[in-house]
Design a protein around this ligand. Structure first.
Ligand code: FCB
Length: 453
């Protein structure tokens, strides 16, 4: 039928360990850079932290049941490296492995295909103390970690994502200091770009040599960059920012080369065979997408370019009708379509897993206990329509994971921004499905967008 998504489409939601698990010092887990960052006063809104988060560590069964009740057939989650190899290198912690084994088994029992992200930003602090992503040693250390993952979970899981959004954790972690580990250091940033690329390539090979059947890719947060004004400075800044944001990992991993505007900055880190190692036959590219980005030249920023704040835009947000989510992010479904087609047309028509997309809203609970998040449903309808159009136009899109399953700890913004299709009361940790949860139920049931919902 015309409106149907492909039969073997993966419908699911995505989460990240630090944002949901809590239990940050339980069962042999050590500290990650996010434990350190959140406990450094002034780094996170209201000095909140993920110590308890939404306690998924103890409530995972209830959470997977909720997913199963709406027939989601997949779940993307990340592993906390600090649970599995607490010191980052060396000894495996059986209790950490056991937690993820139980989680995976629960998914499989419910016919939910696990998609595992190896690294969603929570680097072991002990590795950060040795230089983190800026120290080349980490390329082998990450590869060893990836082997441990496949040895323990490769018998039951088919899909592995090496990194979540490398440009986000390198730019915000090493350039503007907005996220852990909170540096503002260009040299460390350029070294990190190359080391993450090499780590991906080495891990890919290590994992495949253990199990050639598993599917491996990297998840990138990509978005069309457009100039905030027509000034030549902003036009140039847009090219620069597009390079850093969109191409610094996509091009080496998926095309085998660094973009021209970056090559001088990273060349001193490139060793023999690195480019060959980075450029693997990835099984898919993971795409996280939320909005397009308006770019401004800024001499004070280390990269000389940055995203514009909405109140800086002289012509407003494309006229009166532009709508924003609670993050201040513009709702532009066409940008999603354009981004997917950019991958199709310029990256060799890869298999594309949409690994995150969603919107934050205030989500007030009504007197009768319901959460009628109609804005979010409207957002999903529009963005899913863009996905469908890209599939009709030949993009090989295989999945859609909504960000996110339940409200959680939103990094430097603390608990304020709710993205879930399930509401969480952060005091009692009670889960309450929102209206969008039932929208997903219908979406999966009919395998097409329920516009009448
Ligand atoms: C993405 C992150 C995810 C979440 C969403 C809102 O960039 O991967 O953890 O914070 O944004």
């Amino acid at each position: 039928m015309k409106n149907k998504f492909p039969n073997d489409f993966f419908w699911g939601t995505a989460t990240a360990s630090y944002q949901i698990e809590g239990a940050t010092d339980k069962d042999g887990k050590s500290k990650s850079i996010w434990d350190t960052f959140t406990h450094t006063p002034g780094k996170v809104k209201n000095n909140e932290n993920g110590d308890t988060a939404v306690d998924h560590y103890h409530r995972y069964e209830e959470d997977i049941e909720l997913m199963a009740n709406i027939n989601l057939n997949s779940y993307r989650f990340s592993l906390a490296w600090t649970r599995i190899i607490p010191e980052g290198i060396g000894k495996i912690n059986p209790k950490g492995v056991d937690f993820y084994s139980r989680l995976i088994d629960k998914c499989l029992e419910k016919n939910i295909e696990p998609f595992i992200t190896l690294y969603h930003w929570d680097l072991p602090q002990s590795l950060q103390d040795k230089g983190g992503w800026a120290n080349r040693d980490i390329t082998n250390i990450f590869s060893d970690y990836s082997e441990a993952i496949v040895k323990n979970f490769g018998d039951r899981c088919n899909h592995f994502i090496t990194f979540n959004e490398p440009q986000v954790f390198t730019i915000h972690g090493y350039v503007d200091g907005y996220m852990a580990p909170g540096y503002k250091d260009l040299e460390k940033y350029f070294a990190s770009i190359h080391n993450v690329n090499v780590a991906h390539g080495k891990a890919f090979q290590a994992m495949k040599s253990l199990n050639n059947n598993i599917k491996i890719g990297c998840t990138l947060n990509m978005a069309p960059c457009i100039p905030a004004t027509k000034s030549s400075e902003d036009l140039h800044a847009t090219k620069l920012f597009d390079t850093y944001w969109n191409r610094s990992f996509a091009d080496p991993m998926y095309l085998g080369r660094y973009p021209e505007l970056l090559i001088d900055d990273v060349s001193k880190h490139i060793q023999q065979d690195d480019m060959k190692n980075i450029f693997q036959k990835n099984d898919f590219i993971g795409l996280n997408h939320y909005q397009h980005i308006r770019i401004k030249a800024d001499n004070k920023s280390l990269l000389k370019a940055r995203g514009a704040f909405n109140d800086e835009l002289p012509f407003g947000l494309d006229g009166k009708d532009a709508k924003l989510t609670l993050m201040g992010w513009e709702i532009v479904p066409d940008a999603y379509y354009d981004q997917i087609m950019d991958l199709k047309n310029n990256y060799g028509n890869p298999n594309i897993y949409l690994t995150e997309n969603g919107a934050a809203y205030p989500d007030l609970i009504e007197k009768n206990g319901e959460i009628n998040d109609t804005d979010r449903i409207d957002y999903f309808k529009k963005y899913l329509s863009a996905v469908k159009k890209s599939i009709d136009d030949g993009a090989k899109v295989k999945s859609y994971f909504a960000w996110t399953f339940m409200d959680n700890f939103e990094w430097a913004l603390g608990f304020e921004k709710r993205f879930g299709i399930v509401h969480v009361d952060f005091k009692t940790l009670k889960r309450t499905p929102k209206k969008s949860y039932y929208f997903f139920k219908k979406l999966v049931e009919q395998n097409s967008i329920p516009f009448d919902f």
